[in-house]
Design a protein around this ligand. Structure first.
Ligand code: NAD
Length: 453
């Protein structure tokens, strides 16, 4: 079944239509129009699957797509131009050109936490790069997956862009197919499975994974603002955000004051949503039970309420969590935020360094030396100074992990780069043929030594 699909896509790809930049731009326009037309349905589906409010769904799922599509359409002609490069003296007479070529058939595997954004954002890159695409949305958000499928079926021929729905088995069967490139967003564990499957056919991959992303609050930070931005970044989508702060390290001198601000901000931003039943729910019973078990791994100092029927857990702060608890070994991925204090910057740095490389890192400080120190001494995918999450939502910054948190990056120009191959061509002159490379005598050798000093 997938063999047929890939053959049809291969045939379509070889017709060469997708190489035309106008075609690509047109298809991006189609995507934007289709999302606009089905915006209401997408939001309804997100409400059913995750209890996302219309406002949150628009801000975090839909709006970034409109921005990304407009940005891509605006810059695509420039990005896709062949780049002329210089030739060194050893290549006298020749010219170099770098073409950005589509990979061909691409596979996009998406997760459930931002099921609309994380299916369509890579697709923008796939279209911009001139590829065909197969999209496998998450089975855990079936209503959203259904609308994504309908929307793309209404907009494109399946020989160009096709949605395949299904769970692990479907994903595994797709991974056996001879795609030319795989873009995966999901957990570290499944990322390893994807990379292993891709390695069997030497298929290049981009892996957008997760991990434990720390937020550090220095004593020079504006505590009220730090608290507000950490509360927002952590508790939107019930903490089910790949770049949500996973835990906070706060300087012990400002800890009490920071916690007071944080509790206040949590109330201001989320208590109304909890009361009105519009706070997002945990995606499944399994994920819900896993998070509930974490509540026993520390002292709950705020929140800790839950509703089994609706799968809702209120924004929660914990203290006294041991670093050996499961909660501190796995990505939390829910509305629980453990708080730790530190005395010296070295201490905070070594705590973070001793753990797998985070996808995101956040430093809150007015002291610029402190900002630089944390940013440069720690490895991580990307992050913010004095904010959380927002680095993900700009097409001007490459977004991706490092080490355990992922391989490669995308958004804006970087999506175009991810979904294309750089084909280097040396165009040699035929007006003359320098004899030096053919000669093996001493004179030639001494000339070569002069050139390659
Ligand atoms: P997941 O890894 O369980 O699933 C992701 C996708 O892989 C789904 O489509 C699923 O059907 C498929 N899949 C699951 N098991 C598979 C297997 N054994 N073989 C092949 N395919 C398989 O991830 P999730 O639970 O959907 O999403 C949450 C995770 O994703 C978190 O770790 C989060 O940090 C990460 N994430 C990362 C980003 C990012 O941009 N870096 C964004 C969102 C989520």
């Amino acid at each position: 079944m997938y063999v047929d699909l890939l053959e049809r896509q291969r045939l379509f790809f070889h017709q060469g239509k997708t190489r035309d930049i106008f075609f690509r731009k047109e298809q991006l326009e189609v995507l934007k129009r289709s999302i606009k037309t089905r915006e209401h349905d997408l939001m309804n589906a997100l409400k059913v699957d995750l209890n996302k409010s219309t406002e949150e769904a628009f801000l975090t799922e839909i709006a970034p797509l409109y921005q990304e599509i407009s940005h891509t359409i605006k810059h695509l002609t420039k990005w896709s131009k062949p780049q002329k490069v210089k030739a060194p003296i050893s290549h006298f007479g020749s010219r170099g050109v770098v073409y950005s070529e589509p990979h061909g058939l691409t596979l996009i595997i998406a997760p459930w936490n931002y099921p609309v954004q994380l299916a369509f954002a890579p697709l923008i890159g796939a279209i911009a790069g001139g590829n065909c695409a197969v999209i496998k949305p998450s089975e855990l958000t079936p209503n959203t997956s259904k609308i994504i499928k309908e929307l793309l079926n209404e907009s494109y021929s399946k020989d160009y862009i096709c949605v395949v729905e299904g769970a692990v088995e479907t994903s595994q069967r797709l991974l056996e197919q001879p795609f030319d490139y795989i873009f995966f967003t999901g957990s570290v564990a499944v990322g390893k499975v994807v990379m292993e499957a891709a390695a069997k056919q030497l298929i290049p991959v981009t892996l957008e994974l997760g991990g434990k992303s720390p937020a550090v609050v220095d004593k020079s930070a504006k505590l009220d603002l730090a608290a507000k931005r950490i509360a927002w970044g952590k508790f939107i989508n019930a903490g089910q955000t790949c770049v949500a702060p996973d835990y906070v390290l706060v300087h012990e001198e400002v800890k009490d004051s920071f916690l007071n601000h944080l509790k206040k901000q949590m109330d201001e931003l989320f208590s109304q949503k909890i009361k009105s039943g519009s706070y997002p729910r945990i995606v499944s019973e399994r994920h819900f039970e896993r998070l509930l078990s974490f509540l026993n791994e520390g002292e709950v100092i705020k929140g800790g309420d839950f509703n089994r029927e609706n799968l809702v857990i209120s924004p929660t702060l914990l203290e006294e969590v041991d670093w050996n608890e499961t909660m501190m070994k796995e990505e939390i991925f829910g509305p629980l935020l453990p708080i730790f204090s530190y005395r010296e910057a070295e201490e905070a740095i070594s705590i973070i360094r001793d753990r797998p490389c985070p996808l995101a890192f956040y430093i809150f400080a007015e002291n610029e030396e402190m900002q630089k120190r944390f940013i440069h001494e720690l490895p991580f995918g990307g992050g913010c100074i004095n904010d959380t999450v927002m680095h993900l939502a700009t097409p001007y910054l490459p977004f991706g992990g490092k080490g355990e948190s992922g391989i490669g990056a995308y958004h804006g120009y970087n999506s175009f780069l991810a979904f294309t191959h750089r084909k280097s061509i040396l165009k040699q002159t035929t007006r003359f043929d320098l004899p030096i490379r053919y000669r093996q005598d001493e004179k030639a050798m001494s000339l070569l030594r002069k050139i390659f000093r």
